[in-house]
Design a protein around this ligand. Structure first.
Ligand SMILES: Cc1cc2nc3c(=O)[nH]c(=O)nc-3n(C[C@H](O)[C@H](O)[C@H](O)COP(=O)(O)O)c2cc1C
Length: 236
């Protein structure tokens, strides 16, 4: 990308954010990482990661320059919609496309320390519990705790990645008891439209069907999962 391309892209983020608010959204979560095949990895980890960003100009090289794009986008979005409506999603341990850095901690520490100054509405983090399409355990020392602690209750932190209700409870009540942390569910929310009620009432989750996760324009796998019979209500 040329300097002009970069400026135009930063502006695109700000415009997209304004449009989202105008359309009625409460806020925007900037995807600051490359997540996978769902297309959300547009600006992403590539820019911050030494494994991918080989630039030697003002946008690559040392940690400050690799984090610059994220920070400029964030500032532009904040100018457009306000910091309380702006969040950033990061996945420091993602190994998608082999882009995991040998040591991502210094880069993400710098980035989050700078984001902290911008007083975002929340910080959104992903635990690397998914490798490709498979669930795995978080490798020793490769969790997002260093960022939760660094954020230090600046605003809430939301964490996703392979949570079960029990693991969510442990994470909120035990691991991060002193921090304002919420847990997000992804795949299980697809197959459980009543997920929150199921968690509250200890009702087992229905399994999801991965083969229909990425099938645009089809209702199957998106809106045809049933409510738990225990509720006595039908999905419309
Ligand atoms: C069908 C599908 C689409 C997704 N799309 C996005 C997306 O656009 N952006 C994003 O950041 N994450 C996306 N994700 C990832 C989820 O937000 C979540 O981080 C991930 O599934 C891990 O949480 P889970 O273990 O509860 O599923 C998607 C996941 C699924 C299953």
């Amino acid at each position: 990308m040329t300097e002009a391309d970069i400026s135009a892209t930063v502006e695109d983020y700000a415009n997209a954010a304004s449009n989202a608010i105008e359309a009625g959204f409460d806020g925007v979560e900037i995807h600051g990482y490359r997540s996978g095949r769902d297309g959300s990895g547009d600006f992403s980890n590539d820019v911050v990661a030494t494994t991918c960003n080989q630039r030697t100009d003002g946008w690559g090289g040392d940690v400050e320059r690799r984090c610059r794009f994220h920070l400029e986008v964030t500032r532009a979005v904040i100018s457009a919609v306000g910091s309380h409506r702006t969040a950033m999603r990061l996945s420091p341990w993602s190994d998608y496309l082999d882009m995991l850095m040998d040591d991502p901690i210094p880069t993400f520490t710098h980035l989050v320390a700078e984001l902290k100054k911008l007083k975002l509405g929340y910080l959104s983090l992903i635990e690397a519990r998914i490798r490709g399409n498979d669930d795995s355990d978080v490798a020793a020392g490769q969790d997002v705790g260093f960022l939760v602690k660094l954020w230090n209750n600046t605003s809430p932190v939301f964490i996703a990645g392979g949570f079960t209700p029990e693991r969510a409870r442990e994470t909120v009540d035990e691991t991060y008891r002193e921090y304002d942390v919420g847990i997000m569910f992804g795949r299980h929310f697809v197959s459980n439209p009543d997920l929150v009620d199921r968690v509250k009432k200890h009702i087992e989750f229905a399994d999801y069907d991965r083969s229909v996760f990425y099938t645009p324009k089809l209702a199957k796998g998106y809106i045809d999962y049933a409510y738990a019979p225990e509720h006595g209500i039908q999905a419309s």
